[in-house]
Every structure is written in C-alpha cells, then in structure tokens.
Design a protein around this ligand. Structure first.
Ligand code: FEO
Length: 174
C-alpha cells in the first residue's frame, strides 16, 4: 500500500501523461494538415506511447491496492507556426515531464517508498531517451534548415526516425 500523498502525486502524473498523449495527437493532426506525413506518423506513435505511459501508472496503482483517477484533459493547442516550433514545444514538454518524474522520485525517497521508487526507474530511463531523441531531431532540423524547400527532407528524416523507433519497440516486445 502506498501513501495518499503518493497516490495523489501518481494520479497527477497520469493526467500529465494523458495530456502529453493529446498534445502529440494534436501535433499529428497539424502535421497531417501541412502535408508532413512522416511527422504525422511520428506524433501518432508518440501519442500512443504517452497513452501507454499513462496506463502503466494506472496499472501500478491497482497493483499496490490504491486507486487511479481518470483525468479531465484540457484541449491542447491546435496551431503551430512551423515544424521546428512543434519539436521545440515537444522538447519543452518532455523537460517538464522529466521534472515531474524527478519530483516523484524525491517524494518516494522522502517516504521510504522503495516499491514506487523502483517502479519510477523505468520512467527515469524513458525520459532520458525521449529527451535525447527530440534533441537529435532538433539538430537534424537545424542542419537541414527550416525553409519551405527543406520541409520535404525534414519530413523524410522524421519518417526514418519513426521507422527506427517502431523497429526498436518491436524487437523489445519480441
Ligand atoms: Fe511520458 Fe514523454 O512523457
């Protein structure tokens, strides 16, 4: 059994992962509308991944005989200036999630809640990977350039990144 404070904090994290899922779905829609199919696929997959992050906490709360709360999710922004801005916002959001996970780890330490501390290790590693991935994409966009002539090449790069992520997830699942 975990404390009520920890339960509430994990439920806030459920809400944050749920918002991330909707945020990336909105980015997928924007990308699709701009004709950026590779980016749309990337954000669709990312949205599904965030949904699975949310469910992982949901299941954990059930496992420790606590209670998960299904959150209300605010409508995310629907419009963006350009694809570079979309990935900059993705990066900023992932940094916020990392900060939130770190606070959960701190709380688990304060409470000597080693079960939750152990559960959170997965998220600590995941955040490191996610931030690194988005930084790589931002570097690629900087190298290619963000003008209208570059969009085709940016989209192809993101399509390749998405294919690599799908392949990695498939081999992890096998
Ligand atoms: Fe689940 Fe990307 O934070």
């Amino acid at each position: 059994m975990i404390s009520d404070t920890m339960r509430d904090a994990l439920n806030e994290q459920i809400a944050m992962e749920g918002y991330a899922s909707f945020y990336y779905l909105s980015m997928a829609s924007w990308s699709d509308n701009e004709g950026l199919e590779g980016c749309a696929q990337y954000f669709q997959r990312q949205s599904a991944e965030e949904h699975s992050h949310m469910l992982r906490i949901f299941d954990y709360l059930s496992e420790v005989d606590s209670k998960a709360i299904v959150p209300a999710i605010a409508q995310p922004p629907a419009d963006f200036d350009n694809i570079q801005e979309v990935f900059q916002k993705t990066y900023a959001h992932e940094q916020k999630v990392t900060e939130s996970i770190n606070k959960l780890v701190e709380l688990a330490h304060q409470e000597n809640d080693f079960t939750t501390r152990n559960f959170l290790d997965w998220y600590v590693a995941e955040q490191r990977e996610e931030e690194a991935l988005v930084r790589t994409i931002l570097d690629k966009i900087r190298l290619i350039g963000n003008g209208p002539m570059s969009l085709y090449y940016i989209d192809k790069e993101i399509e390749a990144v998405n294919a690599a992520e799908l392949k990695a997830a498939a081999s992890e699942a096998a």
